[in-house]
Design a protein around this ligand. Structure first.
Ligand SMILES: [Zn+2]
Length: 61
């Protein structure tokens, strides 16, 4: 009886997962992977470019 007490952390329990595991659409501006699946229609922006676009549109009224 010399089992170690600590349990080995297994893989994360299936349940809440991020939006999916790809493939993700590329950002149309910098080609970084976005949070959106490739099936999304239209231009997809990564969080950074999305934020920058938001700033621009906010300024250009
Ligand atoms: Zn981008």
């Amino acid at each position: 009886m010399d089992e170690p007490y600590c349990e080995t952390p297994g893989p994360a329990p299936a349940g809440e997962q991020p939006a999916g595991d790809g493939p993700f659409a590329e950002c149309v501006l910098c080609r970084a992977p976005t949070e959106y699946p490739e099936s999304v229609k239209g231009s997809t922006l990564c969080p950074v470019c999305e934020w920058q676009e938001a700033q621009r549109t906010a300024c250009s009224g």
